[in-house]
Design a protein around this ligand. Structure first.
Ligand code: HEM
Length: 343
């Protein structure tokens, strides 16, 4: 499958948009007209063709532009990529997972040839052709996690498992919904989820942690998370809040369709073979309201979800400033029809 990669930006002039095909495959996250936190974890098995879960690692038309945006973020702030020394084996595990998956499922774009530990990696869209020795960091121009994740869409956290907990001991995080790797590095599962409202009392995190501690190799899992972003900006980090926070104040009834985006994260977790660490991927998809309402059932449902969202969740997600303006705009696209559970 050859993907037509787009030339577009996620900052300044914001030329990002979704093709009709990208809109059709958008991972709309609501299976009913209301939303509440729960342990929404399922097996990461292949989904239908041309969906975002057809392959374990999803590469799409935004690939080249997203990688360019990641490079800009890292240039301005190298602390978006950090790894504690004991995570080096997990870094190699991650490199193997991503290269083998990308080469297997997108052979037009990526090729991996292995002769024992001597590996040859070709990334055609980014013009990379690299020979290196697996396990020997000196043979790559960058540490293995940074090397491979500068070539793969999505943020990645590497979690060490010890003392009955998961510890965020490495990661590359440049497209995050307002949280900071630099702040969370070294924290455990319960600690980094500290700011999330309601879910702790509902037992969501205790149950999710128990489940993940038993995650088996070869049986990855996934879940969807969502928030909203003004303008198609990938880098909505706390480090950069002074740049993007002000955007929220610029939403008006006239520009909702263009400025307000639903931001969906397809999150997947794999147990890694050598290190016994877990990799947590956060693949971000953006869709503006004008694009979203081209699908009638999404418009109807998202209107109701946003309208009835508990205030604590709306506040935590940072929606308060533009929520009502967006609800009023979406109301015009809600014909009041009854819906049934399911996507
Ligand atoms: C939010 C990381 C797994 C549920 C977050 C946040 C981070 C995070 C950094 C933002 C917290 C903040 O505001 O500073 C991770 C990592 C995971 C993981 C690294 C891998 C082990 C899970 C799982 C669940 C979950 C398995 C399942 C229930 C949530 C929820 C939120 C959240 C509900 C709030 C999201 C929102 O309302 O936008 N997670 N998480 N997380 N996480 Fe996780």
């Amino acid at each position: 499958m050859t993907i037509p990669f787009k030339t577009e930006t996620f900052r300044d002039d914001f030329t990002f948009s979704n093709s009709p095909a990208a809109i059709r495959r958008f991972p709309f996250p609501f299976d009913r007209d209301a939303y509440m936190y729960l342990v929404n974890i399922e097996q990461h098995v292949p989904g239908p063709v041309q969906t975002t879960t057809e392959f374990p690692i999803d590469i799409d038309e935004h690939y080249v532009a997203e990688m360019a945006d990641r490079a800009l973020v890292l240039k301005a702030d190298p602390l978006r990529c950090q790894s504690l020394p004991h995570m080096i084996t997990a870094e190699w595990d991650l490199l193997e997972l991503l290269m083998t998956s990308m080469a297997q499922h997108y052979p037009d774009h990526f090729t991996l040839t292995r002769d024992g530990d001597r590996w040859h990696w070709i990334n055609r869209p980014l013009g990379i052709d690299e020979h290196f020795t697996f396990g020997e960091a000196a043979t790559l121009p960058l540490p293995p996690m940074e090397y491979v994740t500068r070539q793969c869409q999505g943020d990645f956290c590497l979690l060490d498992q010890r003392d009955d907990n998961l510890w965020m001991d490495a990661g590359i995080v440049t497209t995050q919904a307002d949280w900071s790797l630099d702040f969370d590095l070294g924290m455990n599962f319960i600690e980094w989820h500290g700011p999330v409202p309601l879910a702790h009392d509902l037992g969501v995190f205790d149950r999710a942690l128990k489940f993940l501690m038993n995650l088996q190799q070869g049986r990855p899992v996934r879940r969807l998370n969502w928030t909203m972003t003004i303008n198609p900006r990938l880098d909505t980090s706390p480090e950069n809040y002074h740049v993007w926070g002000i955007d929220k104040a610029g939403v008006t009834p006239e520009n909702v369709g263009d400025k307000v985006h639903l931001r969906v994260e397809l999150q997947a977790l794999w147990r890694l073979p050598r290190s016994n660490a877990i990799v947590f991927s956060i693949r971000c998809y953006l869709i503006k309201m004008d694009e979203l309402v081209t699908q009638k059932k999404w418009a109807r449902r998202f209107h109701r979800v946003l309208r009835d969202l508990p205030e604590a969740i709306a506040g935590y997600k940072g929606l308060s400033r533009f929520r009502q303006t967006t609800i009023d705009w979406l109301a015009r696209h809600d014909d009041g029809a009854e819906t049934s559970p399911g996507f």
